[in-house]
Design a binder for this molecule. Structure first.
Ligand SMILES: [Zn+2]
Length: 322
């Protein structure tokens, strides 16, 4: 940490000498106490080490901006603008879905009308929606303010990783709870294992090296393995309930979700298309934006699966008959 901080200072001093970087930090030791009113976007080579993540994005970086300017940059154009807005819009989409689901979902009785009998528990379905909203909002906030300082970046990236873990863990809840409604052992086993895995991933993300560019494949592998472990309960579901149309329909949704997430992770790790034309996709079209959009598509597909699970268990009734 100390080495990184001192190298950042050296980098800043070098940029000041060469004139290629204008610091906007209000904590500057300059004799002027007035914070600068206009912050400039800088190139990759001018970044402090903690912000160097993707060398194929060449320009339009914010670096060490004061907090106020950092917050207001949500309304300006830089290479994080679409990263912020893709997940912020995704958050509002899921907020609307949650409100609509809470106010309109009624128990299915198999004939298309609602009934008043106590329905099957809704908490796994809403836990997933809450996990999706937490992930999208923390990601958006992380992209907005991480450029403020190294301390801020460290804290926000932990929040981002915790949000990703929460989305993955809560995605298991509808799948496991509704599929194994009448099998408490399998239900408890799967829910316990994925929750423990999620907690372990959050703890692993506390290691400072976890956020460095060299650990990009390791980060992708950890979260991908967590998500891929969902194949076990899905295979169990198809084997046990292959004759139920809802079980097959939800498995198709889960396959589509896996494809969306898989494509997103592939773009994230490979850093395409910017790798092919560095500098061309700095503002629009780089891999992280594609990753964000594919995450929203995957989460939305899982929401559709959640509706199917509710229909399945409501039609069958809240009481186990198996
Ligand atoms: Zn992101």
């Amino acid at each position: 940490m100390a080495t990184a901080a001192s190298s950042s200072v050296v980098t800043l001093e070098k940029k000041k000498r060469t004139g290629s970087f204008r610091s906007c930090s209000s904590s500057s030791s300059s004799s002027s106490k007035k914070p600068c009113t206009r912050c400039e976007l800088v190139g990759f080579d001018s970044l402090p080490e903690y912000l160097k993540d993707n060398e194929f994005l060449l320009n339009y970086y914010r670096a060490d901006w004061p907090l106020k300017e950092t917050m207001l940059s949500i309304f300006s154009i830089h290479n994080e603008t679409l990263n912020i807005w893709t997940h912020l819009i995704g958050f509002f989409i899921f907020l609307c879905i949650t409100v609509c689901a809470a106010t309109t979902i009624r128990r299915h009785d198999g004939a298309g009308s609602s009934v008043t009998e106590q329905p099957v528990a809704r908490w796994p379905f809403f836990a997933f929606l809450a996990g999706a909203m937490l992930c999208l909002l923390s990601s958006s906030a992380c992209h907005l303010v991480s450029c403020h300082s190294e301390r801020c970046a460290y804290a926000m990236l932990r929040l981002d990783y915790a949000g990703i873990s929460t989305l993955i863990v809560t995605s298991f809840y509808p799948l496991v709870y509704y599929t194994f409604l009448c099998d408490p052992f399998s239900r408890g086993l799967y829910l316990g294992l994925i929750t423990a895995l999620g907690a372990a991933a959050v703890l692993a993300s506390l290691v400072p090296a976890f956020q460095t560019p060299g650990y990009r494949p390791a980060r992708a592998l950890l979260f991908s393995l967590m998500a891929a472990s969902g194949l076990v309960p899905i295979a169990h579901k198809v084997a046990a309930f292959g004759d139920r149309p809802e079980a097959i329909a939800t498995a198709w949704y889960e396959l589509a979700m896996g494809i969306f997430y898989g494509l997103g992770v592939a773009a994230y790790v490979a850093r395409v298309p910017e790798r092919w034309m560095p500098g061309r996709f700095d503002i629009v079209g780089h891999s992280h934006q594609l990753f964000h959009v594919l995450v929203i598509a995957g989460a939305y597909t899982h929401y559709l699966a959640g509706l199917e699970y509710l229909k399945w268990r409501d039609v069958q009734g809240p009481y186990c008959q198996c």
